[in-house]
Design a protein around this ligand. Sequence first.
Ligand SMILES: NC(=O)c1ccc[n+]([C@@H]2O[C@H](COP(=O)([O-])OP(=O)(O)OC[C@H]3O[C@@H](n4cnc5c(N)ncnc54)[C@H](O)[C@@H]3O)[C@@H](O)[C@H]2O)c1
Length: 348
Amino acid sequence: MQIVDINCSKKYQIIIEKGIIDNLGNILNDYSDVNKFCIITDSNVSGIYNEKIKGIMSKCNAEIIYYTIEPGETSKSGEVYLKIMEFLAKNQFTRTDMLVAIGGGVVGDLTGFVASTYLRGVDFVQVPTTILAAVDSSVGGKTAINLKSGKNLAGTFHQPVKVICDSDMFDTLPKDIRRDGFAEVIKYGIVNDKELFDKLSGNIDIEYVIKKSVLAKARLVEEDEFDNGNRRLLNLGHTFGHAIEIAAEYKYSHGEAVAMGIVIVSKAAVAEGFLAKKEYDKIRKLIQTYGFNLEPEFTAERLYEIILLDKKREGENITLVVPFGIGDSRLVKLTLEEVENYLIEGLN
Ligand SMILES: NC(=O)c1ccc[n+]([C@@H]2O[C@H](COP(=O)([O-])OP(=O)(O)OC[C@H]3O[C@@H](n4cnc5c(N)ncnc54)[C@H](O)[C@@H]3O)[C@@H](O)[C@H]2O)c1
């Protein structure tokens, strides 16, 4: 078992253990004031784990109600959000009751947003079932739904009371979803944890990888909970990756686009004299080992056009995350012209 203490405005623990889901009913019994738990999941997860979850929850002393959403990003909508709110109200869910999100980042973000707004805020437990949800959305308390105008445009900061991560549940993940989670894990290694990066080749110990990733993110989130300073280091690969997602009209998954973004900015960092060529080679090789396509078919001009519209642009500048070494990424404020140059160097 691995336990990570998160010390944000609200303190909570992330518990990582193979098979821990079997103990969920008992863990929830610790919250003895709760009369009702609402388990929110998606139909893929409930399709695989429904019987198991119902069996486990029968050990729980409180009443259990269930809400299942359609899988996928489209469920992070205002419509689904309101349906869940109405469901809770109809079931006389009160402020001392608790939500439990069992699923990937979609279920986690949506449940967190409901938890932060239903009756002006109720508690929730997160059970991440994808690697991305375990290493990324379980730390930092960001909740969100999408608007028609863009992703995650409505959201809050609302920390869970506990995160229970059963690494056995990753065994049923489709290959591409599993791989995508590793784009973020590799990112943490390059941002601030060389030891993690070095452990990602060959046979990996998944509990160790989740723990180190969570710690890598926690270090940044704890010092900058509301995302104004060093937390932005977590955007490594995301500025260029986001432009690739848009240029490709979301043909690439988020993980694939981030992986390409990391390689582009790392190559530019070599050209700028910040990163040693042999470190870049290691980054590229590791990313390739995980099966990511590293050949985006876009020109620097096309990606630059998109970046000009980036919501993170600060007037005539953009702060880019640049690796100076594996485990040592830094924020670098660039002019728009310099950003274009980085793209040319990175795609060359
Ligand atoms: N809050 C944050 O800090 C944060 C951080 C990163 C990403 N996100 C959000 O997370 C979302 C992406 O998360 P995701 O990649 O987990 O996507 P997801 O929740 O859509 O899950 C991916 C797919 O895997 C399926 N799945 C989940 N667990 C499974 C399991 N154990 N076995 C089999 N299938 C399973 C799901 O049904 C879905 O089809 C995005 O909406 C993103 O904005 C939030």
